[in-house]
Design a protein around this ligand. Structure first.
Ligand SMILES: C[S@@+](CC[C@H](N)C(=O)[O-])C[C@H]1O[C@@H](n2cnc3c(N)ncnc32)[C@H](O)[C@@H]1O
Length: 248
């Protein structure tokens, strides 16, 4: 069976995911402005760049960006969306566990919108190891993932959502032993009446675990925020954990 992240970002449901991500313009603007303030100038790696939601506007503000993603479908969309104004922007197909770059070439790297935690614990750690490898010494890494402290306190077993083209049902559970968040999405296309289903799961990491993981992999935590509006992190109230670190 295909892994869920291939199904989700390359299979039938990719159009649904894209429509959700495209509808979040305000969120994107806030993220881009935050990243512009913090990323080290020079060559920046957007690890898991998807359709270029972040890479394209950042490159328009004269940053040199390499966007890497596993999904051909999303990379082709990124390529179409990037225009002549984006001169210093490159797309690479690859797997975050084995980065196709030589060591110590990036000034900064980012992994945004819960694109971390998809694999086994060992493989998730390999991702951080790879990031450290390709960063220059003192290079900066920004990781943004959902805060389990908030997710647990605001847990809802299921939600129906209706958008312009889709109706979806998300059913959630948490496996406390493995600390994995599990979701089943059932998505109905309102025009074609097609029904798709996908099960995905990812490892939840709290701040303490993330700090330890970073430290083990040679990344020193420098700042922690709870939102792209630069609010301080609060375990109970923050929806996100945004952790900024530097290669030691
Ligand atoms: C939640 S999306 C986030 C996309 C983008 N960072 C954004 O903020 O819009 C996760 C992305 O990770 C990519 N992805 C999944 N598994 C991957 C892997 N093994 N290596 C590289 N990219 C992967 C997906 O194709 C998808 O574009």
């Amino acid at each position: 069976m295909k892994e869920w992240y291939k199904e989700m970002f390359e299979g039938n449901l990719v159009k649904y995911w894209l429509s959700l991500s495209d509808s979040r313009k305000e969120v994107t603007n806030r993220q881009v402005s935050f990243l512009r303030d913090f990323l080290e100038k020079g060559l920046v790696l957007d690890l898991c760049c998807g359709p270029g939601r972040i890479s394209i506007p950042l490159s328009a503000s004269s940053m040199s960006i390499v966007g890497l993603d596993l999904s051909n479908y999303l990379l082709l969309i990124a390529l179409k969306r990037a225009n002549q104004a984006n001169k210093d922007l490159y797309w690479v197909r690859g797997d975050m566990r084995h980065l196709p770059f030589r060591s110590e070439i990036f000034d900064s790297a980012m992994n945004i919108f819960t694109s971390f935690g998809y694999f086994s614990e060992e493989e998730n750690e390999t991702v951080l190891k790879e990031i450290t490898r390709v960063l220059k010494r003192e290079g900066m890494f920004i990781l943004d993932i959902a805060n389990p402290g908030w997710l647990i306190r605001n847990f809802r077993e299921r939600d129906w959502t209706e958008e312009e083209k889709y109706i979806s049902l998300e059913q959630r559970s948490v496996d406390w032993k493995s600390k994995r968040w599990k979701s089943k999405w059932i998505v109905i296309n309102k025009q074609t009446r097609e029904i798709d289903e996908i099960n995905f799961n990812h490892r939840l990491y709290d701040l303490q675990e993330l700090r330890e993981l970073h430290s083990r992999r040679g990344l020193e935590t420098t700042q922690i925020y709870g939102s792209f509006g630069k609010e301080d992190f609060d375990e109970a109230r923050s929806r996100r954990i945004i952790i900024l670190s530097r290669k030691k």
